[in-house]
Design a protein around this ligand. Structure first.
Ligand SMILES: [Zn+2]
Length: 318
């Protein structure tokens, strides 16, 4: 079966009837993520199913025209690049599932604002503006699920796997029959094997680097034992036994920790308070080029970077 050609979409076959879809150009920094389309198949699923394919409404409609109608949509977690456009699938008739409690973030932006702790440091209007720039639009109805449960749509099975270092509700998906492991936002974000990415992301209070390391180990084992293909929210398809995604993830965390440790040492901050250390390190633009950013984007990146640094400080004490 030939794949449709849609401008600004990259569509790849993982298997004959499961596709990985990527929106090439995004309207803003955190507005889209790649996801899987489970095409209708006799005696498996009569209708189209989408796993965490958060792309702009116009593309949702085009894909639904080709492969739809859609029956079910599963979201992997409550970050903006995974929730902005889910309403578009819902409007086409999809029943939407999302991990609890982040499922509430799709229903009301205030839940997103408070749930990730933005309210500790930033005004609602600042974060709301960032949400609007990314195209956030709420859903009407949600089916929350507990991370780790298995979902069944007719005869299609998807096992959710809790990877909570990235965010409390964050899940990956194992399709046991198709031998596909989708690790969602675990941090494998290389556009191709040659190009570097940012890596694991833990820029909120609720993230945990030590849990992240456990999640990577767990994902690696599941991949080796149960999957032929590895897909994720911001990268290409990897084939078992290629373990480069896991090496990349571990290395990125290690390098980031060294970056923080070295900055503390070279600025003689060892005995300073956490606040003094964080303020000094934020000035250094260790993780994001904030000197080039302004307005709400600067505020949000500064907030995220402060938590990346604080999460690394926690690791120093552990
Ligand atoms: Zn995320």
């Amino acid at each position: 079966m030939a794949l449709p050609k849609i401008d600004n979409l990259e569509i790849k076959k993982v298997t004959e009837d499961i596709l990985l879809v990527h929106q090439i150009k995004h309207p803003f920094f955190f507005s889209c993520c790649d996801g899987l389309l489970i095409l209708p198949k006799k005696e498996r699923n009569k209708y189209l199913i989408a796993l965490d394919l958060n792309i702009e409404s116009k593309y949702v409609k085009l894909l639904n025209d080709v492969y739809g109608p859609i029956s079910d949509y599963v979201c992997s977690h409550g970050h903006l690049d995974h929730i902005c456009h889910v309403h578009a699938w819902e409007e086409l008739g999809a029943t939407v599932y999302a991990p609890f409690p982040e499922s509430n973030f799709l229903l009301d932006f205030d839940n997103f604002y408070r749930g990730f702790g933005f309210n500790d440091e930033l005004e609602f209007e600042t974060v709301e503006r960032f949400g609007k720039l990314n195209g956030y639009h709420k859903c009407e109805q949600l089916n929350p699920f507990i991370p780790g449960i298995t979902l069944k749509f007719e005869d299609f099975i998807v096992k959710t796997i809790s990877f909570s270092g990235h965010s409390k509700g964050h899940v990956g998906f194992l399709l046991p029959r198709q031998k596909i492991l989708h690790i969602s936002c675990l941090g494998f974000d290389k556009p191709n094997p040659e190009t570097d990415g940012f890596g694991p992301w833990y820029g909120f209070k609720q993230c945990s680097i030590s849990q992240y390391c456990e999640d990577i180990k767990n994902a690696e084992q599941i991949f080796l034992e149960n999957a032929k293909f590895l897909t994720s929210s911001h990268s290409y398809i990897v084939h078992n036994p290629d373990l480069s995604p896991f090496k990349y993830l571990k290395k990125k965390i290690m390098v980031n920790q060294e970056l923080v440790d070295t900055a503390i040492k070279s600025n003689k901050l060892t005995k300073k308070s956490e606040k003094e250390i964080v303020d000094k390190l934020l000035e250094m633009d260790l993780f994001f080029p904030k000197k080039k950013l302004k307005g709400v984007v600067f505020d949000i990146y500064r907030f995220w970077e402060s938590w990346i640094i604080r999460n690394h400080l926690k690791e120093r004490r552990n």
